[in-house]
Design a binder for this molecule. Structure first.
Ligand code: PGA
Length: 251
């Protein structure tokens, strides 16, 4: 059985003060114990603070990005080993905002996933199509090429053994337009089959999260689908009660 994962992607939001309140609220609600994994991915500068606030809880810490390089003269970048150093277990890679605003392509994202895995992180690889691509009936082709950048190399396949895939249709991110459970399930099943074609065990075991306007009131129906193993949550992860409702739906 795949254990569900709900990961909160705070993106570039908050302050040390709001981080403190948000983590306190989430911790209070999670103390009872949930049969799901939970992770919080704050901006880099708050990782150490949030890591400290999560001490003694089962909630994991994650980064929102990492360099493909180990160390060196890369001004403004953060190495995967640094994320491990401050207590991260996960790192989100290839988020559509990174792809579209910062020019990250499939090859670079694959390099980052491999580097993150080598440093001991669990990469959360994000894939997903734009509205234009969906309307042109290219969803599967786009997602396939994003996946194949990893599936076609031994290093990439090895990195996914410890990884998670997040299907995030770009048209659903931050728009309030959630994919229907069936739309999401269809793509999740496609992703799982594509992974399974390379490695049957990995296909059966890898967790595939849905992301894109997941809220407390739509999480349960999405998470009930056979190939949806939790969610990557943006806006709704900034409110403790809303995030907790989503976490509770992931069982
Ligand atoms: P959203 O973002 O939940 O605000 O749509 C999801 C994401 O970008 O990971």
């Amino acid at each position: 059985m795949r254990r569900p994962l709900v990961a909160g992607n705070w993106k570039m939001n908050g302050s040390s003060e709001t981080a403190q309140d948000l983590v306190a609220g989430i911790r209070k609600g999670v103390e009872a114990g949930l049969p799901a994994d939970i992770a919080i991915c704050p901006p880099f500068v708050y990782l150490t603070q949030v890591g400290g606030l999560l001490d003694g809880s089962d909630i994991a810490l994650g980064g929102q990005n990492a360099s493909q390089h180990e160390s060196g003269a890369y001004t403004g970048e953060v190495a995967p080993a640094m994320l491990v150093d401050v207590g991260c277990e996960y790192v989100i890679l290839g988020h559509s905002e990174r792809r579209s605003y910062y020019g990250e392509d499939d090859v670079l994202v694959a390099e980052k996933v491999v580097a993150a895995h080598a440093a001991g992180l669990k990469p959360i690889l994000c894939v997903g199509e734009t509205l234009e691509e969906r309307e042109a009936d290219r969803t599967e082709a786009v997602v396939a090429s994003q996946l194949d950048a990893l599936l076609e190399s031994d290093d990439g396949l090895a990195a996914l053994q410890n990884g998670v895939i997040a299907y995030e249709p770009v048209w659903a991110i931050g728009t309030g337009k959630t994919a229907t459970p069936q739309q999401a399930q269809d793509v999740h099943a496609f992703i799982r089959q594509r992974v399974a074609a390379k490695d049957a065990d990995l296909g059966a075991e890898i967790r595939i999260l849905y992301g894109g306007s997941v809220k407390g009131n739509n999480a349960a129906e999405l998470f009930a689908m056979a190939d949806i193993d939790g969610g990557l949550i943006g806006g709704a992860s900034l409110q403790a009660e809303e995030f907790l409702r989503i976490c509770r739906a992931a069982i």
